[in-house]
Design a protein around this ligand. Structure first.
Ligand code: GLA
Length: 390
């Protein structure tokens, strides 16, 4: 698997170089950046509640081949949409037509706002991160953009600081109030390890994966159209719940405190959503501990609990995810599965014994298609290294 992963990354980087020379008169890029997507082993919607997440970087990434320009113009071609965009660093505006470009524009905007003097750039973007699958194609694009822009300007910054500016781009320029899970996972990921992030003080700990396991991403291919607005609503509800309890974030609340204050909630739905967040934080810490002990059965059981509560209490599942979950759990040797990313479609992650992973990838897709009419995208991924230059 590791061999295959290295080959994939080298192949994609070469592909980006080739595209670059096709777009820019046979020239070579000065740099190729690579930023992976992520999948969260545990901790759904805990990040913006200042809680914990446990995630890995996957082996799918966005690659940007780039070279600096003498002027202040950024010119970029994306293979994904076969489109080009161009803007001046002196007047960065969102583009309602080429919406994909707003992640690049927003990142350039956030870096400039923070005082980094950027240079113009010619770039091409190639990616094998599935889009709208809940594995953070957008964060991987932002982080790859930041790395390319910074290299062209010959500026070095701390990777967490860079990730926070990418989050700012998504929050303030794109308009999605995401937490820090995606961007931090993309920069902090490590081979054969998970990363435990404390979203309150931004500290992190590398959790070595003991025991043999394979992560299978099961993308439902159910489009997630409303995700931005639904997501922002969830976030507001959690914030309102915290305010009722007199704290700035649900991270500060434990289960007995929440239960003792139930009478303060007129809104049942809001109470159960808070209940899910408070218990999910506990599950993250328990999962990190079990992963490190090699108790993968326990990690899987916690993931199944997380999924059930995400469906019944937090209400971010859809029928396609429920079907996928049911099918994954029919495979012996699949320890558990849960929604990754925001929900409302997108992907589920199944934690499997390596042999069971191969079986799952044969068993689940035809049955899922039969029940939903949708062709899923199911692939295994190792825990991979975080963003950098290739
Ligand atoms: C999306 C957001 C993340 C996180 C997850 C849910 O992926 O971008 O910040 O909130 O949803 O855990």
């Amino acid at each position: 698997m590791e061999e295959r992963k290295r080959a994939r990354s080298a192949r994609m980087a070469d592909h980006a170089r080739l595209l670059f020379s096709r777009c820019y008169d046979g020239e070579q890029p000065a740099v190729v950046s690579r930023a992976p997507g992520r999948t969260d082993l545990m901790g759904g919607h805990t990040d913006y509640n200042l809680g914990f997440v446990l995630s890995i970087a996957i082996d799918r990434a966005t690659y940007i081949a780039a070279r600096p320009r003498a002027d202040r113009v950024v010119h970029a071609y994306t293979e994904t949409y076969d489109e080009t965009t161009e803007f001046s660093l002196d007047d960065i505006q969102p583009d309602p037509q080429a919406r994909w470009s707003n992640y690049l524009r927003g990142t350039a905007w956030a870096l400039s706002e923070a005082g980094y003097r950027l240079a113009g750039m010619d770039a091409v973007i190639a990616s094998d991160v599935p889009i709208a699958a809940g594995v953070s194609s957008s964060a991987s694009f932002e982080v790859a953009s930041a790395l390319a822009l910074l290299a062209c300007a010959e500026v070095e910054i701390d990777s967490k600081q860079m990730a926070l500016l990418c989050q700012k781009a998504e929050n303030e320029f794109v308009g999605m109030r995401c937490g820090i899970l995606d961007q931090f996972s993309s920069v902090l990921g490590q081979r054969s390890a998970a990363v435990l992030i404390d979203c309150d003080d931004y500290s992190h700990r590398i959790v070595l994966i003991r025991g043999e396991m394979t992560v299978v991403v099961c993308d439902t291919n159910k489009p997630r159209e409303l995700v931005g607005s639904e997501y922002n609503t969830l976030r507001s509800q959690c914030e309102a719940g915290a305010a009722l309890l007199g704290v700035d974030a649900l991270r500060r609340v434990d289960l007995p405190t929440l239960q003792a204050n139930r009478h303060k909630f007129d809104d049942e739905e809001m109470y159960w959503r808070c209940y899910y967040i408070v218990t999910e934080n506990d599950r993250v810490l328990a999962a990190a501990d079990a992963l490190n002990r090699g108790d993968l059965g326990r990690v899987g059981a916690l993931q199944n609990q997380s999924m059930a509560m995400a469906r019944d209490y937090f209400k971010i599942s859809v029928p396609e995810l429920d079907v996928m979950w049911e099918l994954c759990n029919q495979v012996p040797g699949c320890w558990g599965a849960r929604i990754v990313g925001a929900g409302f479609g997108g992907a589920l992650l199944a934690l499997c014994h390596p042999q069971a992973a191969a079986e799952l990838m044969e068993y689940v897709p035809p049955r899922y298609k039969q029940r939903t009419g949708i062709e899923p995208n199911v692939f295994a991924t190792p825990a991979s290294e975080g963003a950098g230059y290739v």
